[in-house]
Write a protein that binds this ligand. Structure first.
Ligand code: PMP
Length: 419
C-alpha cells in the first residue's frame, strides 16, 4: 500500500465498488438499537395474559387500583436474581428505565441523595462519561445541567485512574456506566474494574455509579459472562449506596411497553421510593402482572432471551463477516466482536467517521451520526461509528454491512491519498 500508483489504483477500485453499491438505490437503516418485529412477536402472548376477570396478583393485589410504589413483589422476585440484587432493594416501574434515570437524577439535583441531603443542583454538577457511550445518557444529563467529562474506555471497562483524578473535584457527582455489553462497544466490565470503581476515592460523599444494566440479559452466545453483584462490591468497599442500578424489559418483551427496574443500597431504595411516592400513586401494575404471567419465573426470562439470540446473533455475525472480509486484510479499521447487547463499534482511521456516514447516507445506508457516541456530539478523533444490526432483516443487514465496507474503503483511501 506504499507507492502512490498503488494507492491510486486502490482508490479507483474502492470508488468503483462504492458507485456500484450506490447505484442499487437501496434504502437501509442501521441507526437505532430497536428490536426487529420478529423479536417483538416473541412476546405476543404478553398482551393476552391479563383479562378483565383475572386482575389479581398471587399475593392478592388488585392491579387495577392505585398503590404499590415499589412494583409487584412477585415480578421483582423474578428479576432480582437475574440482576444480582435483593428483591427488597429492587423497584419495578413504568415502561422506560430512562424515566427512572431522569427521576433519580432530578431528585438528587433538587433534594440531594440518601447519603448527603445537599441538593446537587445548588452548585456546579458534573458527570463522568466513559466514551464511546450512549447518546441518550449524554443528552439527558446535559439537559439537566450537568457538565459532561469524557473518560476513556478499554476492553475491561472505564479508565479508573482517569475517573479518580476527575473525582477529586466535589462537583463530580457520578459516572455513567453500561456494565454489560456496553452501548456501543459491547464490552463487559471486568470484576477487577468494577471493584476498583466501588472502592475509588471521590471528593463528593455521594459519588454515584449510574449502573445502567440495559443489556444484563442480552447474551448472544450460550457461553457468556455473568452479571456482577455491584451492590455487594460497593458495600464491601464501604460505599453501600454508591451504585444506582437501572434495567428494563424494553429489549426483552416490547420496547415501548415493558417494565423498568431500579435498584440500589437500602437507604437509596427508601429515598427513591419516598420521592417516587410524590410523583405517582403507583406504577402500571397491570403491565407488571402481564410480565409476571408471561415469564412465570427467572428461568422463563432466560429461555425467552435465548429466542432473541437466535434471531439477532446471525445479524451480528453477518456484520462481523462483512467487516472481516472487506476490511480485515488492509488494516483500515478495527471493530468490536460483542458477545451480547445491541451494538458493534467500528473504529475508522482518524478524521473520517463523518465522511463514512455521509457516503453511506448518499448510497442509501443510514448510520448513527458520527460523534453521537460522545458528549456534546463531539468525537475528538472523528473515528467512531456505531452499528445497530438488530432492526433490519438479515438480508438487509448483510447488504448494509457491504455498503458500509465500501464507504470505509473509499473514505480510507481518499485520506491515504490526501496524505
Ligand atoms: N440504556 C441503554 C444503554 C440503552 O441502550 C437503551 C436503549 N437504547 C436504554 C437505556 C433505554 O432503555 P428504556 O427503554 O428502558 O428506557
Amino acid at each position: 500500500m506504499s507507492s502512490l500508483s498503488d494507492l491510486q489504483s486502490r482508490l479507483d477500485e474502492a470508488s468503483a465498488a462504492y458507485e456500484e453499491f450506490a447505484s442499487r438505490g437501496l434504502k437501509l437503516d442501521i441507526t437505532r438499537g430497536k428490536p426487529a418485529p420478529a423479536q417483538l412477536d416473541l412476546a405476543a402472548d404478553l398482551l393476552t395474559t391479563v383479562s378483565g376477570d383475572d386482575v389479581f396478583t398471587p399475593s392478592g393485589v388488585d392491579t387495577r387500583n392505585y398503590g404499590g410504589a415499589e412494583g409487584l413483589i412477585e415480578l421483582r422476585e423474578i428479576f432480582a436474581p437475574l440482576l444480582k440484587v435483593p428483591a427488597a432493594q429492587l423497584l419495578a416501574g413504568g415502561n422506560a428505565s430512562l424515566t427512572f434515570m431522569t427521576q433519580a437524577l432530578t431528585f438528587a439535583l433538587l433534594h440531594g441523595t440518601a447519603v448527603d441531603d445537599r441538593p446537587w443542583g445548588l452548585g456546579p454538577h458534573k458527570l463522568l462519561c466513559p466514551v464511546p457511550g450512549y447518546d441518550r445518557h449524554f443528552t439527558l444529563a446535559e439537559s439537566l445541567g450537568f457538565e459532561l467529562l469524557s473518560i476513556p474506555m478499554d476492553d475491561e471497562g472505564p479508565d479508573v485512574a482517569a475517573a479518580q483524578r476527575l473525582a477529586e473535584d466535589p462537583a463530580v457527582k457520578g459516572m455513567w456506566i453500561v456494565p454489560m455489553y456496553s452501548n456501543p462497544t459491547g464490552i463487559t466490565i471486568t470484576d477487577r474494574r468494577a471493584r476498583e470503581l466501588a472502592q475509588m476515592p471521590a471528593a463528593a460523599p455521594d459519588f454515584t455509579l449510574l449502573w445502567d444494566n440495559a443489556y444484563a440479559l442480552h447474551h448472544l452466545r450460550e457461553d457468556h459472562p455473568d452479571n456482577l453483584d455491584i451492590l455487594s462490591l460497593c458495600a464491601e468497599a464501604g460505599h453501600p449506596e454508591r451504585a444506582w442500578i437501572f434495567a428494563s424489559t424494553s429489549k426483552v418483551t416490547h420496547a415501548g411497553a415493558g417494565v423498568s427496574f431500579f435498584a440500589g443500597g437500602p437507604a437509596t431504595v427508601d429515598w427513591m421510593t419516598a420521592n417516587l411516592g410524590k410523583v405517582s400513586i403507583g406504577p402500571d401494575k397491570i403491565n407488571q402482572l402481564r410480565h409476571l404471567r408471561f415469564f412465570t419465573d427467572s428461568a422463563g426470562v432466560e429461555a425467552h432471551m435465548r429466542k432473541h439470540a437466535e434471531i439477532i446473533a446471525p445479524k451480528f455475525d453477518a456484520v462481523l463477516t462483512a467487516l472481516d472480509e472487506g476490511l480485515g486484510s488492509d488494516d483500515l479499521a478495527s471493530w468490536t466482536s460483542p458477545e451480547g447487547g445491541y451494538f458493534i463499534t467500528l473504529t475508522t482511521m482518524d478524521g473520517i467517521a463523518d465522511r463514512v456516514v455521509k457516503l453511506a447516507a448518499e448510497a442509501g445506508v443510514k448510520l448513527t451520526p458520527a460523534g453521537a457516541t460522545h458528549p456534546y456530539g463531539l468525537d475528538p478523533n472523528n473515528s467512531i461509528i456505531r452499528i445497530a444490526p438488530t432492526m433490519p432483516t438479515l438480508d438487509e443487514v448483510e447488504l448494509a454491512a457491504q455498503g458500509l465496507v465500501a464507504c470505509v474503503r473509499l473514505a480510507s483511501f481518499e485520506k491515504l491519498m490526501a496524505g
